[in-house]
Design a protein. Sequence first.
Length: 235
Amino acid sequence: MSKVTVFRDLSSIDYKEAWDYQEELFDEVLKSKQANSDLPAEKKKLSNNYLLFCEHPHVYTIGKSGKEQNMLLDMLQLQAKNATFHKINRGGDITYHGPGQIVGYPILNLETYDMGIKSYIDNLEQAVINCIADYGLEGHRLEGATGVWLDIDKPTVRKICAIGVRVSRWVSMHGFAFNVNTDLDYFGYINPCGFQDKGVTSLKKELGKELDIEEVKHNLKNHIAVLFDMTFKND
């Protein structure tokens, strides 16, 4: 089966608009998969897989198992910060999305990539680990927590990329949020991913300078392509 994947950079887009678009693509991939389920491999003609990149205006999202008390602002305070709030159907607790952050939404039939959920998340994490290594940073996984972390053996442990996915019938949606030039003050209004004892960081904070986000997107996209054995097409 082909691993050709459609890549679309949605630029800056409202969170709910992007979520609705994900749902549309998810349904497309799932329906194609179901329609082909009884066909022999040589006759299967599956729909596209998709990788979306975007940035969002200030928004907080909380997963199905999240605790609302990890949101430290009320609705009026949220409005004062020009931020919105959404309960969504991914795993994980609360997180923040905003300008200067690369948000990635892979909508993939994981059977195409011969991946289970754990290996899928591992590959997303590894792509970011490989990307920040391009900038001289050493990223790690942290036992008991998804995402990419720095200095996991020190009190200054901090997260540079959050991951929260939904997989249904082996089709994925939602994804990752990688802090590049992100305003980290917005993380101060939540307990990120439910943690009260761990920090959050960005490429900008770690390197002491603003990054060319288009360059970082390009590098990250290439690392994803290698790890998932993808060939991208733009349409």
